[in-house]
Design a protein around this ligand. Structure first.
Ligand SMILES: *[C@@H]1O[C@H](CO)[C@@H](O)[C@H](O)[C@H]1NC(C)=O
Ligand SMILES: *[C@@H]1O[C@H](CO)[C@@H](O)[C@H](O)[C@H]1NC(C)=O
Ligand SMILES: *[C@@H]1O[C@H](CO)[C@@H](O)[C@H](O)[C@H]1NC(C)=O
Length: 156
C-alpha cells in the first residue's frame, strides 16, 4: 500500500512543472499563431465580375489546399485540391471551370453569377496529417441602381 502511494506522491512536483510548461506553451502559441482566415477581395461583387477568396495567416509547411463549396467538407462539394509541391490543381465534383487555386491557397472566381453566393471551406493541409480549416463567404448580387430621382415637387 505504502509503496503504491509513495511514487504517486513523488510525481506531484514533476506533474505541476509539466502543467505549468504546457500552459506557458499554450499561451505562447495563442500569441504567435494567428488563425487561418478567408477574406473576399473585393468584399462583394456583381455578376460577371472576378472575385478572389484570399487565404490569410497561412501556416508553414503547407503541402496542399482542398476547397469546398458550402459550410464544411462534403465529398460532392469538393471544388479542387491544390498540390503545392507539384503546383497542380485537381478539380473535384463541384468544380465549375471558373475557379483557379493559386500557390498561396487563394481561389479566383472568374465572371461569377449569383449562384456563387455562399459559404466556402478551405482545408490547409500540412505535413504529418495535420490541417487547418477556414470558412468564408462570397457575396454576389446585383446592386440596386440608384434611380434618378424624378420627383414632382408640388409643395412650392
Ligand atoms: C478576370 O480574370 C481573368 C483572369 O485573370 C482576366 O483575364 C479578366 O480580364 C478578369 N476580368 C475582369 C472583369 O477583371
Ligand atoms: C495570393 O495570390 C493571388 C494571386 O497571385 C493574389 O491576388 C493574392 O493577393 C495572394 N494572397 C496573399 C494573401 O498573398
Ligand atoms: C453560411 O453558413 C452558415 C452556417 O451554416 C449559415 O447560417 C449561412 O446562412 C450561410 N451563408 C450563406 C450565404 O449561405
Amino acid at each position: 500500500m505504502q509503496s503504491l502511494s509513495a511514487p504517486a506522491h513523488r510525481q506531484n512536483v514533476p506533474w505541476q512543472g509539466l502543467l505549468l510548461a504546457v500552459s506557458i506553451l499554450t499561451f505562447w502559441n495563442s500569441l504567435t499563431t494567428a488563425k487561418v482566415t478567408i477574406v473576399s477581395v473585393p468584399p462583394e461583387v456583381t455578376p460577371g465580375e472576378n472575385v478572389t477568396l484570399v487565404v490569410q495567416n497561412l501556416p508553414r509547411n503547407v503541402i496542399g489546399y482542398t476547397w469546398y463549396k458550402g459550410y464544411g467538407p462534403a465529398r460532392k462539394q469538393k471544388i479542387a485540391y491544390y498540390d503545392t509541391n507539384r503546383k497542380v490543381m485537381t478539380p473535384g465534383p463541384a468544380f465549375t471551370g471558373r475557379e483557379t487555386v493559386y500557390p498561396n491557397g487563394s481561389m479566383l472566381f472568374q465572371k461569377v453569377t449569383v449562384e456563387y453566393t455562399g459559404n466556402y471551406t478551405v482545408f490547409v493541409i500540412k505535413r504529418r496529417l495535420r490541417y487547418e480549416v477556414a470558412i468564408g463567404q462570397l457575396h454576389v448580387y446585383w446592386k440596386p441602381v440608384s434611380k434618378p430621382s424624378i420627383r414632382v415637387t408640388d409643395n412650392t
